[in-house]
Design a protein around this ligand. Structure first.
Ligand code: FES
Length: 180
């Protein structure tokens, strides 16, 4: 029986050659593209500033009778591509509850995010958007808010400095869910 001559298959060889050229070229070309995408996405990967304790005032500056006082929170703010130093990022109420102890409440209404006012005469917090009413410790008195005003972590440091960890929470939920 005679052996059949092996086919050299030039078409197959050409295809493999072309395929490897395309694969190598594509992988080389993808490196700068991936680097560009990675670099463009960098601000989105970076964690936004915020959540770190911020010095707000001193305990001596707060009314001794426990009346809440409103303060702006000033901190560095970072959005997707920019950083804004020393920018107002929110507002809180501070209330001296005993010697050396302070309570911090977000000024944002948990119902739908309006700003809550403190009414000195009624000694309560009031949200003008849908008339929710909170006692001076933030508990719900009446209205449609699904939860009490959001308390924030507060620390009185050496020298009576009041530091607050500012945080926003999702509106409309019965639970206090941080906004990331
Ligand atoms: S937003 Fe405050 S009661 Fe609706």
């Amino acid at each position: 029986m005679s052996e059949q001559p092996q086919c050299e298959c030039p078409q197959r060889r050409d295809f493999l050659k072309e395929f490897s050229c395309v694969a190598v070229g594509a992988s080389i070309g993808l490196v700068p593209v991936a680097a560009g995408v990675y670099s463009a996405m960098d601000p989105l990967r970076r964690k936004a500033s915020g959540g770190e304790p911020v010095r707000v005032t001193t305990i001596e500056a707060l009314p001794a009778d426990g009346v809440p006082m409103k303060f702006a929170i000033i901190a560095d703010k970072t959005d997707a591509w920019n950083k804004y130093p020393a920018t107002p990022i929110g507002a809180i109420y501070l209330r001296k509850i005993s010697e050396g102890k302070v309570m911090a409440l977000s000024s944002v209404c948990p119902h739908a995010g309006c700003f809550v006012d403190y009414r000195k005469d009624a000694k309560d917090f009031f949200c003008p958007c849908h008339n929710s009413n909170f006692s001076s410790d933030g508990a719900i008195k009446s209205g449609v808010s699904p939860r009490a005003m959001d308390a924030l972590d507060v620390e009185v440091r050496a020298g009576g400095e009041v530091w607050v960890k500012f945080q926003n929470f999702k509106a409309g939920h019965p639970q206090k869910l941080p906004v990331s």
